[in-house]
Design a protein. Structure first.
Length: 186
């Protein structure tokens, strides 16, 4: 039996993002993010309800400052006590897993989405996606960009403005473009 475009997307294979099933899912995510971003800031119960309906899983005491944008939402998994500041964008074409006690600064972008490097393949339209994993107790500074397929180890700090292109080990400070380990934190 042929695999759906969603199945190919989640398997990290070339897929067609304009597939009707995927388009419907993205439209639903846009509606939910709009409702979340427009919700009364003081109505924390409503905001938590919207997060629960929008994201794949949400631990207790999660807070996301609006505006927030994502592709699907259902492939985002947040641990307990995650704080995400203003203007975060998560392109969750593959699972984006964020551990407990993570703090994410303003304007951070996390991309599971990517495209073929070969220009002849790229112009045909299919896309790719790779999972992103952020361990517990990580701090990501404002304006950082996390690229597809990256894992950030527990307890690490990503400096503001960094572009994380490869895995970061646990308990280090990484900074720069591309981000590199500056020093151990333990």
């Amino acid at each position: 039996m042929a695999r759906t475009e969603r199945e190919k997307m989640l398997a990290g294979e070339l897929y067609v993002a304009t597939d009707p099933e995927l388009t419907v899912a993205r439209v639903a995510a846009r509606r939910l993010t709009r409702a979340y971003n427009d919700a009364d800031y003081a109505d924390t119960a409503r905001r938590q309800e919207l997060l629960g309906g929008m994201l794949g899983s949400v631990g207790p005491d999660v807070w996301i400052e609006p505006p927030f944008q994502c592709d699907y939402g259902t492939y985002i998994h947040l641990g307990a006590r995650v704080f995400i500041n203003f203007q975060c964008v998560i392109l969750d074409c593959n699972p984006v897993t964020i551990g407990d006690d993570v703090s994410i600064g303003p304007g951070v972008h996390i991309y599971a989405a990517t495209h073929p490097l070969d220009p002849d393949e790229r112009i045909k339209g299919p896309e790719l996606a790779r999972p992103v994993t952020i361990g517990a107790k990580v701090w990501i500074g404002g304006g950082a960009i996390i690229l597809p397929g990256v894992t950030i180890g527990e307890g690490s700090t990503i400096a503001a403005g960094s572009v994380v292109t490869k895995d970061v080990p646990p308990y280090v400070l990484a900074a720069g473009n591309p981000a590199r380990v500056i020093r151990a934190l333990r």
